[in-house]
Every structure is written in structure tokens, then in C-alpha cells.
Ligand binder design. Structure first.
Ligand SMILES: *[C@@H]1O[C@H](CO)[C@@H](O)[C@H](O)[C@H]1NC(C)=O
Ligand SMILES: *[C@@H]1O[C@H](CO)[C@@H](O)[C@H](O)[C@H]1NC(C)=O
Ligand SMILES: *[C@@H]1O[C@H](CO)[C@@H](O)[C@H](O)[C@H]1NC(C)=O
Length: 346
């Protein structure tokens, strides 16, 4: 799961060291994380679509070509937030499903907690996915001063509606996606209030707009800030406004074509954010990091799982990611053999 990262900083590293060292003002940190964004899906790694902003940032910044993230969301994000490998925090199994009473243990301070202790204001925009079953696990109780986004792992880009596909309501039919309407809900919040007037706004535009608004309210004289901009893009479902897809009519595969549009919108979002940092004069004291949370470009996720319901279903399950939220499951059990295509919400 090698991932692409772009670190840019207008000053040199030496200047950064001196900034962090003593009296000078601590740098602002803008940490942008794209979801399920593939290693090859960036212009300078040879993508068949354009990412001019990311390419330019990479060319003028530091490219980390060989570092690792986890293959699914909650583990990666828990590592980033706690600084601990997920085997130590109990987050190694899977993502946190919406109906699971589970979250990143409160015994671990988050990156936001630590930066806040050091005088930063802290803001999260976009995806959380580190626990929501109790209020204490949600962003405003994990070190963030402000939050605008969703608590779960994925949803529709326009309606902000999601269902828990892996856990059925009592009596629900486990073999079908139908019948679990009770496990569906609307997930978009401003601080802790539900936002209900954004239905129809594509989330990459919404989160960029929120980030730009926030940055416009900052000046160099303010205390340093940490902006955690966790885009929904480019996670499944495959959705993008037509205008972003249009330039890629030559891409044969429909999902790849939409994906290209999703990436283009993301690239433009990063452009708007960096342009704003420049306009507000914050750029020369801001450390900007762009990374993917997960990469899924090939058959890289392969794991063996003992089916928990034992008995005849005891067997092995190979779950293979085909990229872009498409999974193939191969289950080999006693007396049972099946292929099962599924879409994951990792
Ligand atoms: C959002 O819009 C869609 C499409 O117009 C509609 O089906 C859905 O009911 C709306 N959701 C809410 C929560 O209003
Ligand atoms: C970027 O800013 C332009 C100009 O305001 C706007 O039209 C566009 O929708 C923005 N793009 C994104 C991804 O937010
Ligand atoms: C950033 O730019 C401002 C205004 O041009 C200047 O006052 C400040 O010293 C600069 N900071 C750094 C770290 O270069």
C-alpha cells in the first residue's frame, strides 16, 4: 500500500527547522487526506487523467514515494490520529461500521489534542470514521474546535445518505441488500448539528467551500491552526458532476471515467485551498500535506478470515479488492464454495 504524498512548504526545510525550534511562530498545518485514492491515480505517476495541482505541488515540494498506509479507512485514520500502529489500539480488524458500538479508545490523545495543547486551533472537515456510538468519540470531543462533515465511512456524494450494509436490523435478510432500511441514515453535521440543506451539493465542492471559508477567516496574526481536510473523494460510490467527467469521454470504462472526474474535482479542490492560502498570506508559514488514506489499485488486499458463525460455515474467506470500492469474495468452507461480488465501504 505504497502511497503518494506531497509535502509542500514555501520555505526550505532549514527554515522549517528554525520555525519549529524556538521563538518564531509555529507553522499552520493543512493535512489533506483523499479517500481510496490509488498510487497510480496521480499525474506524475502516469494517470490517464490530469492532476495539475497535485503535480505542481509535488514538483515544488517533497514527494514521499515509499511509505505505507493501511488498506482500509479506520485503521489508517486511527494511526494518523493516535500515532500508534493499529494492532495496539484494537483497530486492526476492520473499519468501524455505523452500527458498531466501537471507536478509537479514549485513552489515546489524538493529534488534534496534542496540537491544541501546543497552542493550535484545530479544525476537521469531511470524513471522521473513528467512532460515533457515543458523543465522546466524535471529533469535537477528540481535540477539534470545529467539525463539518460526516461521522461514518462513506455515503452518497449528493444526498449524504448511507446504509450499514454489513449489519442488518433484527429480522433483516442477511443475504440481500434489501430489507435493512432501518440501518440507513443521513450523515452530515456542522459541529454536532445535522445539516439538512445541502442535499444535491457534491461533497468535494462542499468541503472545499468550507475549507476556503475557514481559511479566509484566518490571518497570519492568529494562533497557528491545524486543518484536517478529509475529503470523501474518491471513495465509492462512483459519482461526480458531469462537467468533471466530460473531458474524459475517451476513457472506455464507465467507472474509470467517473473516477477521473472525481479526481479532477479533488484536484481543483486542492487548488482552491492552496490559492486561498496564498491570497491570505498564510502560505509561507503553512505546512501542507496531501496523502491518500488507502490505495486500492490492484489485488493488494488479500486476507484470510475464519468465519465467525463456525459450524458448516467454518472456512476461509479471501477478500480481494479490485479497486474503487469493488470487492470480490471467495469463500471456501466445508461443503460450501461460492463467489460473491460485492461493493465495499472500506
Ligand atoms: C435528497 O434528494 C434526493 C433526490 O432529489 C431525494 O430522493 C431525497 O429524499 C432527499 N433527501 C432528503 C433527506 O431530503
Ligand atoms: C473552486 O473555485 C471555483 C471558483 O470559485 C469554483 O467555481 C469551483 O467550484 C471550486 N471547486 C471546488 C472543487 O470546490
Ligand atoms: C510571510 O510573509 C509575511 C508577509 O509578506 C512576512 O511578514 C512574514 O515574515 C513571512 N513569514 C515567513 C515565515 O517567511
Amino acid at each position: 500500500m505504497t502511497a503518494a504524498v506531497v509535502l509542500t512548504f514555501a520555505a526550505t526545510l532549514l527554515q522549517l527547522q528554525s520555525l519549529l525550534a524556538v521563538s518564531e511562530k509555529q507553522p499552520n498545518i493543512v493535512f489533506i487526506i483523499a479517500d481510496d485514492y490509488g498510487y497510480k491515480d496521480i499525474g506524475y505517476h502516469g494517470a490517464e487523467f490530469a492532476t495539475p495541482t497535485l503535480d505542481k505541488l509535488a514538483a515544488g515540494g517533497l514527494k514521499l514515494e515509499n511509505y505505507y498506509v493501511q488498506p482500509i479507512c479506520s485503521p489508517t485514520r486511527s494511526q494518523l490520529m493516535t500515532g500508534r500502529y493499529q494492532i495496539h489500539t484494537g483497530l486492526q480488524h476492520d473499519i468501524i461500521w455505523p452500527s458498531q458500538p466501537y471507536g478509537v479508545s479514549l485513552e489515546y490523545p489524538t493529534l488534534a489534542n496534542v496540537l491544541k495543547e501546543h497552542g493550535y486551533s484545530t479544525h476537521a472537515i469531511g470524513k471522521w470514521h473513528l467512532g460515533l456510538y457515543k458523543r465522546e468519540y466524535t471529533p469535537l470531543h477528540r481535540g477539534f474546535d470545529t467539525f463539518y462533515g460526516y461521522w461514518e465511512g462513506g455515503e452518497d456524494y449528493y444526498t449524504y445518505y448511507n446504509c450499514d450494509w454489513s449489519h442488518k436490523a433484527e429480522g433483516g435478510d442477511r443475504s440481500s441488500r434489501l430489507g435493512n432500511e432501518n440501518f440507513c441514515g443521513y450523515d452530515l453535521r456542522d459541529m454536532e448539528r445535522q445539516v439538512t440543506d445541502k442535499n444535491g451539493t457534491y461533497s468535494t465542492l462542499l468541503y472545499t467551500h468550507k475549507a476556503v471559508d475557514l481559511l479566509k477567516g484566518k490571518t497570519a496574526a492568529d494562533k497557528p491552526f491545524f486543518l484536517y481536510l478529509a475529503y470523501q473523494a474518491v471513495h465509492s460510490p462512483m459519482e461526480a458532476p458531469e462537467s468533471y467527467i466530460k473531458p474524459y469521454e475517451h476513457i472506455q470504462n464507465k467507472y474509470r471515467r467517473i473516477y477521473a472526474g472525481m479526481v479532477s474535482a479533488l484536484d481543483e479542490g486542492v487548488k482552491n485551498v492552496t490559492d486561498t492560502l496564498k491570497q491570505t498570506g498564510l502560505w509561507n508559514n503553512t505546512l501542507l500535506v496531501f496523502t491518500t488514506g488507502i490505495t486500492r489499485v490492484s489485488l493488494h488486499r488479500l486476507y484470510l478470515k475464519l468465519h465467525p458463525t463456525a459450524k458448516l460455515r467454518l472456512g476461509l474467506e479471501l477478500r480481494i479488492s479490485l479497486g474503487q470500492g469493488l470487492w470480490m469474495r471467495l469463500k471456501i468452507g466445508l461443503g460450501m464454495r461460492s463467489w460473491d461480488w460485492d461493493r465495499g465501504w472500506g
